[in-house]
Design a binder for this molecule. Structure first.
Ligand SMILES: *[C@@H]1O[C@H](CO)[C@@H](O)[C@H](O)[C@H]1NC(C)=O
Ligand SMILES: *[C@@H]1O[C@H](CO)[C@@H](O)[C@H](O)[C@H]1NC(C)=O
Ligand SMILES: *[C@@H]1O[C@H](CO)[C@@H](O)[C@H](O)[C@H]1NC(C)=O
Ligand SMILES: *[C@@H]1O[C@H](CO)[C@@H](O)[C@H](O)[C@H]1NC(C)=O
Ligand SMILES: *[C@@H]1O[C@H](CO)[C@@H](O)[C@H](O)[C@H]1NC(C)=O
Ligand SMILES: *[C@@H]1O[C@H](CO)[C@@H](O)[C@H](O)[C@H]1NC(C)=O
Ligand SMILES: *[C@@H]1O[C@H](CO)[C@@H](O)[C@H](O)[C@H]1NC(C)=O
Ligand SMILES: *[C@@H]1O[C@H](CO)[C@@H](O)[C@H](O)[C@H]1NC(C)=O
Length: 456
């Protein structure tokens, strides 16, 4: 495992260049080789196993998955945790979760175990599970929220009774090859590492501790997830009538010949039957026919210009007839996010992915019982907010598309942005400044401004 340590060490020594790199990365295609997310570099899901008691042939462990990602949650239909036993272990019983398959338990004469597979897959139980099969933090159908939005639901737990496993710290072997589907691919899990035993503070007067604890860290990569984009960005401003649409075919192309039924029109008589069609059970999106074909569009409108402030209106529109997005979130990056003065009808948290040196990224999400649920496509399928930002005279400008976001995520997925060449221009721009906004110039400008932000 030496190479892994080596990579970690060199990446630390290169941390100073990461800021520069991030500025350049922004211009590379979203799903190239991003091994980690530059807006959430420490984001991970940590799975902790705490052995809480020994049994005649093994142990009982409490397993908890913590979502340590700023803005990526695990939506329905929830997580699936897989691993391979190191020896011939079996699962005698589980509380708060279950193995998807029992496997071959024919060797057991009486009372067969819950699961005899060498590589079990475990899923959460559903809400409404009988109380005697529940433990704290279980039974949420595998849905895990983000700490930022809902700290009380950012973890998921179950209890597992493992047999044929050894009954001392030395004899127990940690499972191998952890996999996490949440719900699709995208996560890679490391090896299990033995750590300090977890401590439990019961009533403030006594501390108990696990007999043995280990944890596994899983990280997400959009590259591994290999998803087609799920959202796109459109732009407009008060100073130019042009509305810059999402790029055509951002999330797929309308093609009635090769992909019949890939989308439906809002007024189509077949809308209802299409919603209940074959893709319903798998949760496959059914989108309204648009040129971009994305389930989600985020529109950024530069609305007003005051002397000291400027105002942006953000509209999130759902084009998916098969999805109500519960606890959605949006992340955007803009240099003026260091000075958001007022925000209407969304919750907001500044994210500082570069250790607080650059404060240009913010996470937004809906207000409870007001717009935390983004309704399925249709008249109610949108959420809106306005942002008031204080101008910094040194950086503020309407020139060259400065007022538009640098990148936007919806539910952790990178949204497709229009090409900077298409951004609405200031009408006053002389033919000279109207020259196409070439990529090298853009990179140079961003690197320069990033450098300034870093050193000033
Ligand atoms: C996982 O996230 C936690 C909480 O942010 C952090 O303390 C830990 O170092 C992370 N682990 C890895 C391997 O990045
Ligand atoms: C873990 O995965 C590797 C590669 O897929 C495989 O060679 C190995 O046998 C697996 N280990 C166990 C215990 O299943
Ligand atoms: C996981 O275990 C490693 C190794 O002991 C430890 O350094 C790390 O802090 C643990 N992480 C969590 C989130 O408990
Ligand atoms: C595909 O079919 C829909 C209606 O089913 C129609 O509105 C749309 O124009 C068609 N697209 C093409 C490219 O033919
Ligand atoms: C979304 O929620 C509405 C009620 O708010 C419900 O009528 C509709 O069936 C839901 N749609 C889906 C796809 O779950
Ligand atoms: C935000 O604006 C206020 C008022 O102009 C200014 O004092 C402050 O320095 C600004 N903050 C940042 C981080 O630029
Ligand atoms: C980042 O900007 C926000 C909004 O102005 C401010 O509330 C927050 O304190 C800033 N954070 C840091 C670390 O500068
Ligand atoms: C608005 O911006 C577009 C570029 O997206 C440009 O072609 C057009 O000339 C601008 N309109 C005015 C009135 O300047």
């Amino acid at each position: 495992m030496a190479p892994v340590g080596g990579v970690a060490g060199s990446s630390r020594s290169a941390a100073c260049c990461a800021v520069l790199l991030a500025a350049v990365l922004f211009f590379s295609a979203p799903a190239t080789t991003e091994a980690y997310d530059s807006l959430d570099p420490n984001g991970n899901i940590t799975i902790k196993w705490d052995i809480i008691s020994w049994t005649p042939d093994g142990y009982v462990a409490t397993v908890t998955m913590f979502n340590y990602q700023q803005f990526r949650h695990i939506p329905a239909p929830g997580w699936q945790l897989g691993c391979s036993w190191a020896k011939k272990e079996v699962i005698w019983s589980m509380v708060g979760a279950q193995a998807t398959e029992q496997g071959d338990c024919s060797k057991f004469k009486s009372a067969p175990p819950h699961c005899c597979k060498r590589d079990p897959t475990i899923v959460d139980l559903l809400p409404g599970t009988p109380f005697n099969q529940q433990i704290a933090n279980c039974c949420k159908a595998g849905v895990i929220k983000t700490f930022n939005q809902d700290p009380g639901n950012a973890a998921s737990s179950f209890q597992i009774s493992v047999g044929l496993a050894g009954t001392t710290n030395k004899a127990v072997k940690m499972p191998k090859n952890f996999t996490l589907r949440a719900p699709g691919p995208g996560y890679t899990c490391g090896r299990a590492l033995v750590g300090r035993p977890t401590k439990y503070y019961s009533d403030g007067r006594r501390v108990t501790q696990a007999l043995m604890s280990w944890n596994v860290t899983c990280t997400y990569s959009q590259f591994l997830a290999q998803k087609t984009p799920t959202c796109c960005v459109s732009l407009s401003s008060f100073y130019n009538d042009t509305i810059v649409n999402c790029p055509t075919c951002s999330c797929g192309c309308q093609n009635n010949i090769t992909r019949p039924g890939s989308c439906v029109n809002d007024n189509s008589p077949y809308l209802q039957s299409a919603i209940n069609g074959p893709g319903k059970l798998t949760g496959q999106p059914l989108v309204q026919c648009t040129s971009h074909m994305c389930p989600i569009r985020i529109h950024w409108h530069v609305k007003l210009n005051y002397k000291d402030y400027w105002r942006v209106k953000v509209t999130i529109t759902n084009f998916n007839y098969r999805m109500n997005y519960t606890d959605w979130n949006m992340v955007a990056q803009h240099p003026n996010f260091d000075n958001i003065t007022k925000l209407f009808s969304f919750n907001y948290k500044p994210l500082t992915p570069y250790g607080g040196r650059i404060n240009d990224t913010a996470m937004f999400w809906g207000m409870k019982f007001y717009n935390d649920l983004l309704n399925q496509a249709g008249p109610l399928g949108n959420a809106q907010s306005e942002l008031l930002m204080r101008k910094d005279s040194e950086t503020f400008t309407f020139q060259k598309g400065w007022a538009f976001p640098r990148r936007v995520y919806f539910n952790g997925d990178n949204c497709v942005m229009p090409s900077p060449d298409d951004y609405p221009w200031l009408p006053s721009a002389s033919p000279l400044t109207k020259q196409p906004w070439t990529l090298p110039l853009l990179v140079f400008w961003t690197v320069l401004s990033t450098l300034l932000a870093y050193y000033v």
